[in-house]
Design a protein around this ligand. Structure first.
Ligand code: 9MR
Length: 365
């Protein structure tokens, strides 16, 4: 702990002495990324491009590399939007993170079932996973920095999620997916990615999973802590413990989908279970006319606390990615209650940087 602290002081004082942009604050070894939507990566949003070029060096497509958009019908691939992402990134000096190869959500409806709607056999599902991964990863071989190979396979209580993937193949689908991705692009980094990673049982389960994959000789470079956070959750000691525990398994840690919701949470803590939704009530949407200064101050402190943690763990971290650029674009305006006005990101709806951007940069000068 003391060693980490001293290292972080040293790093903040040397490698980042001239930081002017977010991408510099933690030094060159930690990528600074942002998730962009299809319109943004089509290159038509000049204001986004200007900000991204100034502050970021890494890009995650928010949706277009998921299996549903990429393979809408069996054997029918649509690469247009994903090709645009890669071209946009290359034109703007950004690494690309492929998100995501195997996820029970945003998968095409045909993927897990046969023509009559019944679950397919283990053999058929294995072939479908293999074919999807070899086709997608193979197409972008050498042009994608790393892939979220498996997304959200573990429940908050540490058990395996009873998704169609698990129900048909058991936990073997995870190893199968990682091996297929490695075969298709031996140089790409490979990640496991999940939310609510500060929960102790989930943390332990993910660490067990990583150790098991490594024991079996499977390549896994990092674990993504999505980090959909709020002003009060999670407890940052637990969050930091997860970073330590993951690093102790021998992988890098990535913050892959960072945002901080300022809105009241209907279920008491913040996660990202996309199948959940709650009824709209005015009381749950208090800041439609703007964010009060007191809440803005708590928001800034939260981000500064997080960046202090990231600085302490600089040697374990390989990337920080924000899940969107401006508040307008955030998925949190529609989750877990539709039609709210949230303020979770670092740029305002009018593309002005929030003061916290300058404060983060300043704190690393
Ligand atoms: O931000 C994404 C949103 O636009 C999509 O509608 C949603 C669909 O499932 O996925 C969102 O991104 C998710 C990411 O792919 C995986 N982790 C949770 C993210 C927020 O739901």
């Amino acid at each position: 702990m003391i060693r980490n602290f001293l290292l972080s002081l040293l790093c903040a004082a040397t490698a980042t002495a001239s930081a002017q942009h977010l991408r510099d604050v933690l030094g060159g070894d930690v990528l600074m990324g942002v998730a962009l939507n299809q319109w943004q990566t089509s290159g038509q949003d000049a204001r986004t491009t200007a900000i991204v070029r100034e502050h970021f060096n890494c890009l995650t497509p928010e949706n277009v590399m998921k299996s549903g958009p990429l393979q809408p019908a069996e054997g029918v691939f649509d690469f247009q939007a994903a090709d645009d992402v890669v071209a946009y990134a290359e034109a703007n000096g950004l690494q690309v993170i492929g998100h995501c190869l195997v996820w029970h959500s945003q998968a095409p409806s045909w993927f897990f079932t046969d023509g009559t709607g019944k679950p397919v056999s283990a053999e058929v599902l294995r072939e479908r996973i293999q074919k999807h991964i070899s086709t997608v990863v193979g197409r972008y071989r050498g042009r994608i920095h790393g892939w979220d190979v498996v997304n959200e396979a573990i429940e908050d209580d540490g058990s395996f999620r009873r998704s169609p993937l698990y129900n048909i193949l058991g936990e073997d689908f995870i190893e199968l997916a990682f091996r297929a991705a490695h075969e298709a692009d031996p140089d790409a980094e490979l990640y496991y990615n999940d939310y609510s990673m500060a929960l102790p049982r989930k943390r332990e389960a993910v660490c067990r999973l990583v150790r098991r994959l490594k024991e079996r000789g499977v390549r896994i470079d990092a674990v993504g802590m999505q980090s959909h956070l709020s002003l009060t959750h999670p407890d940052l000691h637990e969050y930091e413990t997860t970073m330590d525990s993951l690093a102790a398994t021998g992988v890098k840690v990535m913050v892959t989908e960072l945002d901080v919701s300022v809105l009241p949470s209907p279920w008491g803590f913040n996660g990202a279970e996309v199948s959940q939704s709650f009824e709209y009530k005015k009381a749950m949407n208090p800041y439609t006319e703007g964010l009060p200064d007191s809440v803005q101050a708590r928001f800034e402190e939260r981000y500064l606390d997080l960046f202090r943690i990231y600085a302490r763990h600089r040697q374990d971290l390989s990337r920080i990615t924000f899940w969107g650029l401006t508040d307008e674009q955030s998925w949190l305006n529609g989750f877990p209650i539709k039609g709210r006005t949230d303020y979770p990101l670092l740029w305002n709806r009018d593309y002005r940087a929030k003061p916290v951007v300058g404060r983060i940069i300043e704190s690393f000068r």
